[in-house]
Each structure stands twice: as structure tokens, then as C-alpha cells.
Design a protein around this ligand. Structure first.
Ligand SMILES: C[S@@+](CC[C@H](N)C(=O)[O-])C[C@H]1O[C@@H](n2cnc3c(N)ncnc32)[C@H](O)[C@@H]1O
Length: 369
């Protein structure tokens, strides 16, 4: 007969062993992320996609890297099941490695909605200021967005790029018929895109609606520079402009048919101030759209992968960067619909409507004027 104490001991041991297994898996996952980051940044995946299968000698030569490092990376990637070994004619450096189909789309095809290499870049960027983060936890201060460096900025831009270029104007905005009609009209509609980052949402809107003029605003100077460079690749000329501005700046002026904020309200120290600006910038018959993380209605541990992912980013980046300017609302990435509704009411909106647009990561809020 098993006593209650024995049963508890066995349960504890089983839980311990499962947790040990989980931590090993997590370490392997972390190595996947950081080595994918290396492969992404060094152009390994791009070259393997275009010219693979390759030996480490060929990969190193094509990417301007050191053969010994390239070989170790390729072997590690093969062990991890990310690359495949095509031929093994023997001898160091002679093995050929390739990106299997499927993996190629995820790691090397930036126009695919399934492109996820930038996820590794954001995670790598999120841990860059780890010492400042430790201090912030102790003092209640923040970690400025700039301290995360180029990887968070660029990774964020790259991960949303395909959705903003190919889904925003094709699926998301057409799901709001009167906004779609207004932007499609012959008389030039105006859009303000706050917290625009590297500008892909503004560019996506301008590309889909050829008469629309978009002004993008972001607090981060290098993001605005990046946005200008990105826009310069398209024949959209003066229709898209970018400005370094705080979304909550009372001096922001203009009258816009649509005011948007993509994945940024939860990052802002003063989200109510930003929403108040957005309300002021919208014409009386205009629309205000906030797109933010699709976390649950309530805090519920174990609820969803999205929630776990968002809390990870929140602890390391979103909350500390939002706490860098004080006083701060201290929102974090797990901004629930009830929180946004409260912010919107405080900012003077009548209410918030959740739009029936299906998306794994985002929830779409229309703020009612
Ligand atoms: C997670 S990024 C999102 C960028 C872009 N909208 C996207 O979806 O890729 C958050 C952005 O909000 C910007 N931001 C944070 N606080 C801001 C503020 N008060 N005013 C304007 N932009 C702000 C940051 O600089 C950053 O570019």
C-alpha cells in the first residue's frame, strides 16, 4: 500500500524529473535561437538558400567568414535538425549542407508570412542590456529602448514586414469597410501611424492605397532613419513621411482619416497621452485603430503560447523600455483588452470595439470617437 507521504514524494520526484527534462529542452531551444541569430546575421541562410548545398569552405568564402567557425556552425545546425547533410564524401570541410525545403521559407524568405529568422534577432537583442535590466529590477527604473541596440529595432521591423506589406492593405484594413472605402477613394486620404518603428506599416498602407498620404511618428531616431531608407526602396515618393516625435506630444497636429498604432501602445510610458493624441489627430468622421498583442482576456497561467511569448518579451524588453521614462503606466506586453479599454476611456474615447480579424499574434481594436 502506498502511503500519502510516499505518493507525494513520488509525485514530487516525477515533477522534478519532468522539469529537469524541460530545462534541458529550454537550453537546446536557447542554442537554436542564438545560433539561428548568428546564421541570420552572417547571411549563412541566405547564401545556403540561394547556392546550397555548400561545404563550409564554400559558405565561408561566400559570406566572408572564417571556415573553422562556419564548419562548427554547420555541424551544430545539422545536429539540431535545422540544416541537412547532403553528401559526406569524407574529410573535414568536405561535407555539404543545405537548408531543407520548409526551413528555407522560415529562415531565408523575407517576403513570406512564415519568415521567422527575425524572432531570433529580437530575442538576442532583448537580452543585450542584461546588466541594466538587473539594475532596473532592483531600482524600479527602466532600460531605454536605445540600450537594446539595433537587433531589437531591426528584428521587430523584419518580423512584421511581410504582414504589413502583404496583409495590412489586403486583408486587415478591407475588414473595416468604411475605412477601406475612404482610403481607396480618389480624394487623397491621410493616415497617421504612431510608433511606426521602421515604417513598414506606413509603407504597406501607401503601397495598397495609391492616393493615400501617410505620416509616421516614432520616438526613436534610428527607427525613423530606417523607415526613411525603407520607404526609399519604393516609388511612393512624398506620400510617406517620417518624423521623430513622441506620440503623446501635444504639439502633434493634423487631421487624419485614419490614425493607427501597431504593436506599440503597450511599450509607451504614457499610453493614455498617446491615445489622447490619436483621438485629437483623427477627423470627426475618421477612425482610430490600435493593433496589439492577442493575450487573454484574463491572467491565466498556462493559457497560451502567445501569452508565454509575450511575457518573455515583456519581462526582458517591453516593460523595462516602457519604464525608462517616468512616470510610467508600466503596462508590459500582456496588455489585456480591459486595460486598453480603460486607457481609451481615460483618453476620451467613447469605447472600444474588437474587430473580427483573425490573427495568431494580434488583436485589432477600433477606438470609438
Ligand atoms: C515594438 S515597436 C513597434 C514598431 C512598429 N509599429 C512595428 O509594429 O513594427 C514599438 C515602437 O514604439 C515606439 N515608441 C515607444 N514609445 C513611443 C512614444 N512615446 N512615441 C512614439 N513612439 C514610441 C518605439 O520607439 C518603437 O519603435
Amino acid at each position: 500500500m502506498v502511503t500519502a507521504t510516499q505518493f507525494e514524494t513520488e509525485q514530487t520526484a516525477a515533477r522534478r524529473d519532468a522539469f529537469i527534462e524541460r530545462l534541458f529542452q529550454s537550453a537546446l531551444g536557447a542554442f537554436d535561437i542564438f545560433t539561428i541569430h548568428l546564421g541570420d546575421r552572417l547571411g549563412f541562410y541566405e547564401v545556403l538558400s540561394a547556392d546550397g548545398p555548400l561545404t563550409s569552405v564554400e559558405l565561408a568564402a561566400r559570406t566572408g567568414t572564417h571556415e573553422r567557425y562556419a564548419r562548427e556552425w554547420m555541424e551544430q545546425q545539422a545536429m539540431a535538425g535545422i540544416l541537412e547533410v547532403k553528401e559526406t564524401p569524407g574529410g573535414n570541410g568536405a561535407r555539404r549542407f543545405c537548408l531543407p525545403s520548409g526551413h528555407d521559407e522560415v529562415l531565408a524568405q523575407r517576403d513570406s508570412l512564415n519568415y521567422l529568422a527575425p524572432l531570433a534577432q529580437i530575442v538576442a537583442g532583448a537580452v543585450r542590456p542584461i546588466d541594466a535590466l538587473l539594475t532596473a529590477f532592483r531600482t524600479g527604473g527602466g532600460v531605454p529602448f536605445a540600450a537594446y541596440g539595433a537587433d531589437v529595432r531591426e528584428g521587430q521591423a523584419r518580423i512584421n514586414r511581410a504582414a504589413f506589406l502583404y496583409q495590412l492593405g489586403k486583408e486587415w484594413l478591407p475588414a473595416i469597410p468604411e475605412v477601406h472605402a475612404r482610403l481607396s477613394g480618389a480624394s487623397p486620404a491621410r493616415v497617421a501611424d504612431v510608433g511606426c518603428g521602421a515604417g513598414w506599416s506606413s509603407i504597406g498602407i501607401a503601397l495598397h492605397y495609391p492616393n493615400v498620404r501617410v505620416d509616421g511618428f516614432d520616438l526613436d531616431g534610428p527607427s525613423v532613419e530606417l523607415a526613411r531608407t525603407n520607404a526609399g526602396q519604393y516609388a511612393i515618393g512624398e506620400r510617406v513621411r517620417f518624423f521623430v516625435r513622441d506620440a503623446g506630444d501635444n504639439g502633434l497636429a493634423g487631421q487624419y482619416d485614419l490614425v493607427t498604432a501597431f504593436e506599440c501602445i503597450h511599450d509607451m510610458s504614457n499610453p493614455v497621452g498617446a491615445l489622447r493624441s490619436m483621438r485629437r489627430l483623427a477627423k470627426d468622421d475618421g477612425a482610430v485603430l490600435v493593433v496589439d498583442e492577442r493575450v487573454g482576456e484574463e491572467f491565466q497561467p498556462g493559457a497560451s503560447v502567445v501569452e508565454r511569448l509575450m511575457y518573455g518579451f515583456s519581462v526582458l524588453h517591453c516593460l523595462p523600455s516602457g519604464m525608462a521614462d517616468q512616470p510610467s503606466a508600466g503596462t508590459g506586453a500582456a496588455m489585456r483588452p480591459s486595460t486598453l479599454r480603460r486607457y481609451a476611456l481615460d483618453a476620451g474615447f467613447r469605447g472600444v470595439e474588437i474587430l473580427p480579424i483573425n490573427n495568431f499574434l494580434f488583436r485589432f481594436y477600433r477606438l470609438l470617437l
